[in-house]
Every structure is written in structure tokens, then in C-alpha cells.
Design a binder for this molecule. Structure first.
Ligand code: FES
Length: 124
């Protein structure tokens, strides 16, 4: 997995468990919420090959959610993340828009770390 090691991060930041690594299967997304600086955010974490990433659940085109609760953030063949509002496609590994109405805007990546069996959010 290509998440950063959990060494120095812990002492400087708050680490919040999101989901057990064993529950996030290949091609799966999981929506979660968090509060930072008194603001509530919705985000999702994905497993794509050997990569685990998390992004804010906001499409950079018109601000709609990429996925609703109980909905996958992936498209049908699980090669891209899909905004169902106007069908923008994003590279799961980088969050870059590869197709659709937002070619110069990418998903906002969220910092995560794996600690033992949990995938955790890093609140800096
Ligand atoms: S809001 Fe996502 S493509 Fe328009």
C-alpha cells in the first residue's frame, strides 16, 4: 500500500480511524465524515490496486457529491472515479480529472495513514 508510514505523523496530528483495511476491498469506496476547524466534511476512501486514497466527496465541477451514501465512487468497470451529476471521470490514484466538464480541476486529496489494521484520517 502506498500510504505514508505512521511514524512522525502521530505526534503532530490527530489520527482518526476510518475503516478496517480488511473491509475495504479492491475497487471499493467508503464514505465517511469528519470535522476540522468546526467545519463538517464528507470524504471517501478507495482501494485501487495497491493504492489506498481518500478524497473530499465534492466534484470540482459544480460541487456536487461524487458519490451518495451506499453508492460506489467508481464507474462500472472500476477504472475511474465517476461523478454521476455530469459524468466527470477521475484517475483513482491521482484524483486528476481525465474526462468530462472539469479538465483543469482535480479531486481534493485527504491525508491518510494505515495503523495496524485500520485506515486512518490524519487531521493536521
Ligand atoms: S458536478 Fe461533477 S461533473 Fe458536474
Amino acid at each position: 500500500m502506498s500510504t505514508p508510514p505512521s511514524t512522525a505523523v502521530e505526534s503532530l496530528s490527530k489520527v482518526v480511524p476510518i475503516i478496517a483495511s480488511s473491509e475495504l476491498h479492491e475497487g471499493m469506496s467508503h464514505i465517511f465524515t469528519f470535522v476540522k476547524d468546526d467545519e463538517r466534511y464528507e470524504a471517501f476512501v478507495i482501494r485501487f490496486g495497491n493504492v489506498i486514497r481518500a478524497y473530499l466527496n465534492i466534484c470540482p465541477h459544480a460541487g456536487e457529491p461524487i458519490a451518495e451514501k451506499n453508492q460506489s465512487a467508481f464507474n462500472s468497470d472500476k477504472r475511474y472515479l465517476l461523478c454521476r451529476e455530469h459524468f466527470a471521470l477521475f484517475d483513482p490514484e491521482t484524483g486528476k480529472c481525465v474526462s468530462g466538464p472539469c479538465p483543469i480541476a482535480d479531486l481534493h486529496k485527504i491525508s491518510i495513514v494505515q495503523q495496524e489494521e485500520m485506515i486512518c484520517l490524519i487531521l493536521g
